[in-house]
Design a protein around this ligand. Sequence first.
Ligand code: KIV
Ligand code: ZN
Length: 548
Amino acid sequence: MTKNNYVKIFDTTLRDGEQSPGATMTSAEKLEVARSLARMGVDIIEAGFPAASPDDLEAVRRIALEVGRPAPGESEAKVPVIAGLARANKSDIDKAWEAIQGAAKPRIHTFLATSAIHMKHKLKMDPEEVVQRVSEMVAYAKSKCEDVEFSPEDAGRSDPEFLYVVLGEAIKSGATTLNIPDTVGYTTPDEYFALIDGIIKNTPGMHDGITISVHCHDDLGMATANTLAGIRAGARQAEVTVNGIGERAGNTSMEEVVMALRTRKPIFNLETGIDTRQIARVSKLVSNYTGIVVQPNKAIVGANAFAHEAGIHQDGMLKHQTTYEIMRPEDVGVNQTKLVLGKHSGRHALRNRLAEMGHSLDDVELDKAFARFKELADRKKVITDVDLEALIADEFYRPRDVYILDGMQVTCGTMGMPTATVRLKGPDGKLHVFAAMGSGPVDAAYKAIDHIVKMPNTLLEFNVHAITEGIDALGEVTVRIQGQDGLHTMDAQSEIPYQRVFGGHGADTDIIVASAKAYLNALNKLIIAQTEGLNPTPANHLHGVMLG
Ligand code: KIV
Ligand code: ZN
């Protein structure tokens, strides 16, 4: 069994993470996330569940081709493995293979439940049938793809003796990674340690070429602790998601595991290949695309995670940073730089700063960014890296525009009905103007937009927060909307189709404008998905993003 001091990071943000309600990303967004994960040093990207729908298959195929292959002159060693999930049946395995075969290093990840509860109620299969199916389907996957991973779903509640038998069969049939999911987040760290330890010691045929992997869910808030316990027991692959997104309470979060291994190195004596300085940016990207806001007190990536200067800790921090700070903000890419650029900074300074931050813009993109920058500098004295990130996300990481906000005027307060007049540029190139009243300015603006766009939907969530401190701070709004028909997908485990939810993001010094932008951002995704599916031609995103 592989037991060195390197822990492979298997990121499943695009599969298990995307299964969380409302995390639908368009194909262009998935590609951008996959690129960022690759640049950050993730070893394996689980790009999706190709059997869910033709759109999902296509999204995985694009990631395999565009992220899973070395660029000319680049070494294959730098390219991540691209995994596709498949239930243990031939049709799913065929679809997974179809989607990933273009990658330089493809992996089929197949799974079947092994707990008594799942076998009886979900699969309606006897344990003997499960063993037989695992053996046949792992062999079938192996006949297509050299690299096969097998997961006994709900391993956390499975009989360990039975697991040894199933896993032994998976090894015999050619699986080289055995992933042990605590599917419902039920185990405690001691139990999970014992489970992994037992598997390593008792699975027949265990050998040096096998990697044991850990995959934990956070229902009892123990996902990271369990993952680390499994690693201590000998697992050398951790399955994680950015920001810990995932079904119910989510998956183990990538940043917590990586930073725990790094910060407590003397205890673990283990390494990952992650460039931790890219953590904050990737966290933000995933949050913007999914519309899932990171809670402020979230470890590592929450807005308050490094806010030591507040309250009772201030005195200690002033005396010495290490009194309360166990990690340096810059180690996770939280840039402390306050003053970056001002009103008089030129194009060159902007280009340089953006390049340092990892965004390489061509001339046309720079023109757009510079125009936005000047507009912002007129309203805000100092522009920080955080402002620039928000501006870049707003300008470039949007879906293709269908409707663009061309102008708006809002009246609100206590003297009359809040009213918004909104002017949108439509897909026909014409300007459409409408004024509506609402219970508040945002409601009024959304009603006016609805009247023009005519795309029925339900607003599920609306969040607003200031990105930077100060009265002139940029306000950031994220929304999540659900369309009213079509656009179903399915997750691998529940097998029940559910409606896709689209997230939108907008930033502006005026929060009503930011709100309108966020709503239009989500509406544009919904419109494009309804008319062209989830894999339309990407447009508004950078031709290439380079990270330092
Ligand atoms: O949690 C789980 O069991 C899974 C498997 C499909 C690996 O996500
Ligand atoms: Zn899972």
